[in-house]
Design a protein around this ligand. Structure first.
Ligand code: TNX
Length: 483
């Protein structure tokens, strides 16, 4: 295991020089987890052409075992001998991560969808691995540009290969409302029928959303839905005149400005709307979190903002969920367990995040000048923004989440957001996501001392051929010695 190119780099690796596991055509998969066993078989059968039956008993092949496992929730060990590969974990999630590591130890052609020549080898040795942070996330803004369920499924599938375990969906903004709400049907049918640049937009039915939740769960990814309030609400205001202070609905918005819309904090209908929406979204969400936005409420007075949040945050708690808000939520009274998502820069934390930390909020890190996937890599990047600077692969990779903010906050993890003002096709998503998302995945999973830029750059190079086989239109950054 000395030529490992695993991303995120595992916590502990003990190579066994001279030992090689070679998958034979008669190999079996013995799995204590039916779902992870089936996932592995689905990934291995097309490129190998082997039958790989799910079998009992320890023949030649791969074992995924829930016995004699390490203690951590997402922890696993992987041992490769000449005869078999054994993954052990206490949970299905741990086995799933062990399987991702195993797939990365096999040749890149394992990503092909048709039968390839072997040999299907895994270097001998032992890995003991566990995540640094429990919350390892990406965000996709489906409001500025709408993307259908198939695009989201592909995104989830790709994230899960790098042990990302949360997908945050920005489901509402000025330009479009993307989820059906039975109590307020015009949100989706009227508020969803627009997007940046004036395209048709779209929305997810509750059935489609539930399907996506299940698809993600099968890959150990939790969806975190966001309904952004009290700003970023033009789409909702355009669908329901009564939500507006003057009772008149504004036209749909197809530009890229922010900060011009607000819910009416003094109107009771605002709270009926918020409660109905949050209850329906909570019912669609098996995960523990609801994100209520709270950013850039520049058309809401600070007093109104605090009053609004004092009434709306308890609705999330009442629906059985934990509040997440962008860090502007810091000055508003907190609900127990609240998480503030920091999207400032790494230079000087502002008063809002300081207020959040002082109140005891947990913190999710999304520093814009490090992990905003919508920032251009360089001035030449054909799409993307640059208000937070240019974010090279190295910039995204080379920082320490533990020392970013003062006040010793409880950091739950790292999230890389992809805002889509300039992102309108699946290839656009790929270009901005790869290779920066794998950099963020390693930042969130691997221990700080086991990762460094020269090592990451060399390992990343080996992933290019995999992405090509998967049809990922990644950015061939000159920072990486691509193979
Ligand atoms: C800031 S980050 C926003 C978004 C924009 C993004 C573009 C945040 C909470 N708000 O409304 O899409 O910048 O980079």
């Amino acid at each position: 295991m000395n030529e490992l190119s695993v991303i995120p780099v595992p916590a502990e690796v003990y190579p066994e020089p001279g030992v090689v596991f070679k998958l034979r055509p008669d190999a079996v998969i013995r799995s204590d987890s039916p779902s992870v066993g089936a996932y592995l078989a689905d990934r291995l059968r097309p490129p190998t052409g082997y039958a790989l039956p799910l079998a009992q008993g320890p023949g030649h092949g791969i074992e995924l075992l829930l016995a004699d496992a390490p203690a951590g929730e997402e922890e696993y060990t992987l041992e490769a001998t000449a005869e078999r590969v054994t993954v052990r974990a206490r949970t299905d999630a741990g086995l799933f991560y062990g399987v991702q590591t195993l797939l990365q130890l096999l040749p890149s052609t394992v990503e092909a969808s048709t039968v390839q020549d072997g040999p299907w080898t895994v270097p001998g040795g032992r890995i003991a691995d566990r995540p640094r942070y429990a919350y390892r996330a990406a965000m996709l803004d489906v409001s500025r540009h709408f993307f259908g369920v198939e695009v989201l499924e592909r995104f989830v599938d790709r994230l899960s290969r790098y042990k990302i375990n949360v997908l945050h969906l920005h489901l509402s903004d000025d330009q479009g409302w993307r989820i059906a709400v039975n109590a307020w049907p015009r949100l989706a049918t009227v508020g969803g029928a627009s997007q940046v640049g004036g395209g048709p937009g779209g929305h997810y039915s509750q059935e489609q959303y539930a399907g996506l939740v299940a698809y993600a769960a099968a890959r150990h990814v939790t969806l975190v839905p966001e309904i952004d309030m009290p700003g970023h609400v033009n789409a909702a205001l355009s669908a329901y005149p009564e939500l507006n202070a003057d009772g008149a609905a504004p036209p749909p918005y197809t530009g890229v400005d922010v900060g011009f819309s607000t819910l009416s904090v003094g109107k009771e209908v605002t709270y009926r709307f918020a409660r109905d929406v949050l209850e329906e979204i909570a019912a669609l969400t098996p995960g523990p979190y609801l994100h209520i936005g709270g950013d850039e409420a520049q058309s809401t007075t600070p007093e109104d903002y605090v009053e609004f949040m004092a009434r709306v945050q308890p609705m999330v708690t009442a629906a059985g969920k934990t509040v997440i808000g962008w860090h502007q939520i810091g000055p508003a009274a907190r609900e127990p367990g609240r998480i503030a998502q920091y999207w400032g820069s790494t230079d000087e934390p502002d008063a809002d995040i300081r207020a959040a930390i002082a109140q005891g909020d947990r913190v999710l890190l999304s520093p814009a000048n490090r992990v905003y996937l919508d920032m251009k890599y360089t001035p030449d990047t054909p799409i993307g923004l640059d208000w937070a600077g240019h974010v090279t692969v190295r910039t995204a990779y080379e920082w320490n989440p533990a020392t970013l903010l003062p006040g010793d906050p409880d950091v739950i993890g790292v999230e890389a957001p992809l805002w889509t003002e300039t992102v309108s096709t699946p290839d656009d998503i790929d270009l901005l996501t790869f290779p920066r998302l794998p950099a963020v995945a390693e930042l969130a999973w691997s221990p700080q001392p086991s990762r460094d830029w020269p090592g990451f750059r060399a390992r990343l190079a080996v992933h290019g051929p995999r992405w090509t086989l998967l049809g990922i239109a990644f950015f061939e950054s000159p920072e990486i010695p691509w193979q």
